[in-house]
Write a new protein. Structure first.
Length: 255
């Protein structure tokens, strides 16, 4: 029996969804996050030590807890996208997308014929390890795939109106730290120029019924993104949350 895409089910049933990033490369951490009422977790391959086997175990831990797994790949190469999807994850986020052509290539790499050119082995978790009824499995897999792209630099921001035209893109996520860096204001996430860009991008993204996503490091920023009509919000990061908690407690103990 095919596993439904938990992320798509959550999106269809909620006005907005809130999750977090995971860079600790641990299925056990994912299991803990699964008890926290988060909607999703983004498993980070770009800025962590996770390999495909680690990611596969993290995806399984996420699904077992009802937490929707997403994998941020380390690049947009067809082979990397294929190997990532073979872990059983149905939702990916691809970094540093700068052009319409790159977005189109990503969609084709993630989907099977006739919608794309993704390579096929029926003997994977995606097809219940069998070639039986493979035609139906391919069709269902294509329907279940969720594709997000990260637009982070000046070129991508300038091409946003073209990127949103690509059929098959479900989410466009603004990487705020890279965005602020690209306009010469590194880390200044509350600067007016950064906020103006966040608002401008949301209007372009939502005009095509694509999810507008971004990140927040505190509750105030979450509320601001909600006010700006972002409906996919990633709050903080597992490693940073662990550090912040203990730093806060220890600082109070040692006062």
């Amino acid at each position: 029996m095919k596993i439904k895409n938990v992320l798509k089910e959550k999106i269809n049933s909620k006005k907005r969804i809130i999750g977090t990033w995971s860079s600790l490369s641990s299925p056990n951490v994912i299991s803990v996050l699964g008890t926290s009422n988060l909607d999703f977790v983004i498993i980070d391959m770009e800025h962590s030590s996770s390999n495909y086997e680690t990611v596969e175990n993290m995806v399984k831990a996420s699904l077992a807890s009802g937490l929707a797994p997403i994998v941020r790949t380390y690049d947009d190469s067809s082979q990397n996208l294929l190997r990532t999807l073979e872990t059983g994850v149905q939702s990916v986020m691809v970094p540093h997308v700068k052009t319409q052509e790159a977005a189109e290539r990503i969609v084709k790499s993630c989907k099977y014929f006739p919608e794309g050119n993704r390579g096929l082995s029926p003997y994977t978790i995606n097809h219940n390890y069998t070639h039986e009824s493979i035609d139906k499995s391919l069709e269902e897999t294509n329907k279940n795939i969720f594709i997000g792209v990260l637009v982070e630099g000046v070129e991508g921001l300038n091409n946003l109106e073209k990127i949103v035209e690509v059929e098959g893109i479900d989410l466009i996520y603004l990487g705020l730290f890279d965005l602020s860096l690209s306009i010469g204001l590194p880390g200044q996430l509350m600067h007016k120029k950064v906020l103006d860009e966040i608002i401008r991008c949301q209007k372009i993204i939502s005009s095509k019924s694509i999810l507008a996503g971004s990140m927040a490091t505190d509750l105030n920023y979450i509320n601001m993104l909600i006010e700006f009509n972002y409906n996919f919000i990633a709050y903080y990061n597992d490693a940073a949350s662990l550090r912040s908690h203990y730093m806060d407690v220890i600082s109070k103990i040692k006062q």
